[in-house]
Design a protein around this ligand. Structure first.
Ligand code: DAH
Length: 339
C-alpha cells in the first residue's frame, strides 16, 4: 500500500504540473482527491492494516494529500499568471492614438436669449410664472377686455379645440391667472409659446414665443413702465440703444404704447433693415385697464399696474442679426453652431 501511495504521489504531481488550464486542474483534483478518487480509494483500505501500521500509514497518506493540495494551489497560481500574461499580450493598448473628440452641444439661441431676459427681470425683482398653452376663451380674450365679437380678436385668430378652448394667442392670459390668485404687489414675467393663424414667412410663424410682464401695486405710473422697459433694453442691447414710445391701442391697457428701438444700422435715417422707417417695433405695453383689474377683483381705485408683451424671436433676431425667423426653427446645425 505504501508503494501504491508513493505511486499516486508521483503520478499526481506529474499530472498537475502538466495541466494546461484551470479546468484541467479541477478534473485532476477530482481524479485524485475526489470522493471516488485514487487517494480516497487507498484510505478506504486502511481497515485491513494492523493497529501498529495504521497511524504510520495515516500520517504518510496525510503528507501525500497535503503535497498534492500544495501542488494544486501552486499550479493554479501559475496558470492564472499565464492567462493574465496572455490576455495582456493580446489586448495591447496604444496610448498614443489620438482620442475621439466629443462634440458638446449648447443651448439654442432662443433659449439663450430667454435666459438673458429672465436674468434681467429677476434682477429687477420679478418672478417667473408659467401658464397653460391650451387656454380658455375667458383667460385669453374675455378677461382681457376682449369680449366675443371684439374686432381686436381678428388680429389674433388661432386654433380652437372647441368653442371655448383654444391655443393661447398671447401670454397675457397669465396676467389674469396671476391676479386671480395673488394679491398685489405683483411683479411677474411669463415666458412661453403662443399660437396664431399665420402663414410661415421670414417674420411670421404659427407658433412663436412671448414674454409677458405685469406689475401691480399702489401708485404704479407710466414712468415706472418707461423706466423698467428702458433699463431692460439697455441691459439687453447696451446703453447706446435708443428707444421711443409710440401711442397704440390694446384693449387690456389704457393708455397703450408700442416701444420701438432705433435702427442699429442707419440710426434713424431709414434703410433696408428697418424698411425705411428708422425704427424697429419691439414690444407692446401699457397701463393695465381698470376693467381688467376689476375682472380679477383688484380695486382700480387703490391699485394700478403696467404690462408688456414682447416676442422672443424678435429680440433674438435683433440681437444676433438674423434676418429670417425660419432659421430659428429649422434646426440646421450649420446655423445653430454659430451661437
Ligand atoms: N399681447 C400683445 C401681443 O400679443 C402684447 C402686449 C401688449 C401685452 C400690451 C401686454 C400689453 O401685456 O400690456 O401683441
Amino acid at each position: 500500500m505504501k508503494e501504491q501511495l508513493e505511486n499516486i504521489k508521483e503520478l499526481a504531481i506529474g499530472d498537475f504540473l502538466n495541466a494546461k488550464t484551470q479546468q484541467d486542474v479541477e478534473t485532476l483534483r477530482i481524479k485524485y482527491l475526489g470522493k471516488k478518487g485514487a487517494l480516497t480509494a487507498i484510505l478506504k483500505q486502511m481497515g485491513s492494516l494492523s493497529a501498529e501500521e495504521r497511524p504510520k500509514f495515516g500520517q504518510l497518506a496525510n503528507e501525500v494529500r497535503d503535497l498534492i493540495s500544495g501542488t494544486i494551489e501552486k499550479r493554479i497560481t501559475e496558470l492564472k499568471k499565464e492567462e493574465l500574461q496572455q490576455k495582456l499580450g493580446s489586448e495591447k493598448i496604444d496610448v498614443t492614438i489620438p482620442g475621439k473628440r466629443h462634440h458638446l452641444g449648447h443651448k439654442h439661441p432662443l433659449s439663450k436669449i430667454l435666459d438673458e431676459v429672465i436674468d434681467i427681470f429677476i434682477g429687477q425683482g420679478f418672478k417667473v410664472v408659467n401658464g397653460p398653452e391650451v387656454e380658455t376663451d375667458y383667460y385669453n380674450f374675455e378677461a382681457l377686455n376682449m369680449p366675443k365679437e371684439h374686432p381686436a380678436r381678428d388680429t389674433q385668430d388661432t386654433f380652437y379645440i372647441d368653442e371655448n378652448t383654444l391655443l393661447r394667442t398671447q401670454t397675457s392670459s397669465v396676467q389674469i391667472r396671476t391676479m386671480e390668485k395673488e394679491a398685489p404687489p405683483i411683479r411677474i414675467i411669463s415666458p412661453g409659446k403662443v399660437y396664431r393663424m399665420d402663414e410661415v414667412d421670414a417674420t411670421h410663424s404659427p407658433v412663436f414665443n412671448q414674454v409677458e410682464g405685469l406689475v401691480v401695486d399702489k401708485g404704479i405710473t407710466f414712468s415706472d413702465l418707461k423706466g423698467t422697459l428702458e433699463s431692460f433694453i439697455a441691459a439687453l442691447y447696451g446703453k447706446e440703444a435708443v428707444v421711443r414710445f409710440r401711442p397704440h391701442h390694446f384693449p387690456y391697457t389704457e393708455p397703450s404704447a408700442e416701444l420701438d428701438i432705433q435702427c442699429f444700422s442707419c440710426h434713424g435715417k431709414g434703410c433696408r433693415i428697418c424698411k425705411g422707417e428708422g425704427w424697429i417695433e419691439l414690444l407692446g405695453c401699457g397701463m393695465v385697464h381698470p376693467k381688467v383689474l376689476e375682472n380679477c377683483n383688484i380695486d382700480p381705485e387703490i391699485y394700478s399696474g403696467f404690462a408688456f408683451g414682447v416676442g422672443l424671436e424678435r429680440i433674438a433676431m435683433r440681437r444676433y442679426k438674423i434676418d429670417d425667423m425660419r432659421l430659428l426653427y429649422e434646426n440646421d446645425m450649420r446655423f445653430l453652431k454659430q451661437f
